[in-house]
Write a protein that binds this ligand. Structure first.
Ligand SMILES: Cc1cc2nc3c(=O)[nH]c(=O)nc-3n(C[C@H](O)[C@H](O)[C@H](O)COP(=O)(O)O)c2cc1C
Length: 267
C-alpha cells in the first residue's frame, strides 16, 4: 500500500518535471514544439503552369533550406495539379463560409489556413500574377475572411523583361490586406527557360530569405510597423464596418473571424 503511494508520488513528480521541461522556451524552439501539433507548417504554392519553370525553381530553393530545419514540415503544391474554376460571383460564401462550387479551392484555402508560413510564387504575366493564381485569389476567402491572419508570408515573382515589381505589388497587397503578420517579397529577373538558382547571387539571396523566414516564425517576430498600420486601417476602417453592415448575409465571414480570434461586436 505504502509502496503504491510512493510510486504514485514518483509518477506525479515525473509528469510535473516533463510538464516543466516542455514549457522551457529554448527546448521547445529547438524541437519546433511551440508550433501547433509540434510542427512548424509551411506551404509553398507554385502558380505557374510550368512545374519545372523559373518560379518553381526558386520555391524549391526555399523548400530545401526550410525542410532542413528542425520541426519544419513543408508542403509543396503546384496550382496546376488542382481543379479550381472561376468564381461565379454569387457571394454565397460570405453567408455560408464555404463555396458552393465543389472543386479544390476550399481544400487549398484550408491547407493555407492551417499553415504557419505561406510562400506563393508566380510568373509575371503582363504586370500581374498568373491567371491561375488570380482565379484562386477570387475563390480563396483571402481578404474579407482574413485568411492570412497572423501568418508569415513570402511573395515570389519571376520575370524576363519588365513589370516584375508590379506583379509583386499584387502579391504584397494580397498578403498584407489578408492579415499576414510578416511579409517579404522577392522579384527575380531571369531569361525564359533558365534556372535562376544557377546564379550564385540569386541562390544566396533565396537561402538568406528562407533562413530569415524560418527565424521570424520560430521567434514569432512582429512584422514591420508600416504593414501593421496599413492592416489596421484596412480592417478597422474599411472591412469591418462593411461586413457588420451586411448583417446575417455575412455570417460566413464572421465564422471565419471567430475561428481566427478576431473580435467583433454586432450592432
Ligand atoms: C502570358 C505571358 C505574359 C508574360 N508577361 C511578361 C511581362 O509582362 N514581363 C516580363 O518581363 N515577362 C513576362 N513573361 C515572361 C515570364 O514572366 C517569365 O518568363 C517567367 O520567369 C516564367 O516563369 P515560369 O518559368 O515559372 O513559368 C510573360 C510570359 C507569359 C507566358
Amino acid at each position: 500500500m505504502r509502496q503504491d503511494k510512493k510510486n504514485c508520488q514518483a509518477n506525479a513528480q515525473m509528469l510535473y518535471l516533463v510538464h516543466l521541461l516542455k514549457r522551457l522556451k529554448p527546448w521547445r524552439i529547438a524541437y519546433g514544439l511551440h508550433e501547433r501539433n509540434g510542427k512548424m507548417k509551411i506551404v509553398l504554392l507554385n502558380t505557374s503552369a510550368r512545374k519545372n519553370g523559373a518560379t518553381s525553381r526558386i520555391l524549391t530553393g526555399f523548400s530545401e533550406t526550410l525542410s532542413a530545419k528542425p520541426g519544419v514540415e513543408t508542403t509543396f503544391m503546384h496550382l496546376s495539379d488542382l481543379r479550381i474554376g472561376f468564381c461565379s460571383g454569387c457571394c454565397l460564401c460570405y453567408k455560408n463560409g464555404v463555396c458552393h462550387i465543389g472543386d479544390d479551392a476550399d481544400m487549398l484555402s484550408e491547407l493555407l489556413d492551417n499553415a504557419d508560413g505561406v510562400i506563393i510564387g508566380t510568373p509575371n504575366y503582363v504586370g500581374n500574377v498568373s491567371g491561375q493564381l488570380k482565379t484562386f485569389i477570387d475563390r480563396g476567402h483571402f481578404v474579407m475572411e482574413q485568411l492570412m491572419k497572423d501568418k508569415y508570408t513570402v511573395g515570389v515573382v519571376t520575370y524576363e523583361n519588365t513589370l516584375g515589381g508590379a506583379a509583386l505589388k499584387v502579391l504584397r497587397n494580397l498578403f498584407v490586406f489578408s492579415g499576414a503578420k510578416g511579409y517579404s517579397g522577392l522579384v527575380v529577373k531571369t531569361p525564359f527557360g533558365s534556372d535562376p538558382l544557377a546564379s550564385q547571387k540569386v541562390k544566396a539571396k533565396v537561402t538568406r530569405m528562407a533562413e530569415k523566414f524560418y527565424k521570424s516564425i520560430r521567434d514569432k517576430k512582429a512584422g514591420p510597423p508600416i504593414n501593421r498600420i496599413l492592416q489596421s486601417f484596412a480592417f478597422n476602417i474599411v472591412i469591418k464596418p462593411f461586413v457588420l453592415r451586411k448583417g446575417d448575409q455575412f455570417d460566413g465571414v464572421l465564422k471565419h473571424w471567430s475561428k481566427r480570434g478576431i473580435n467583433y461586436e454586432r450592432r
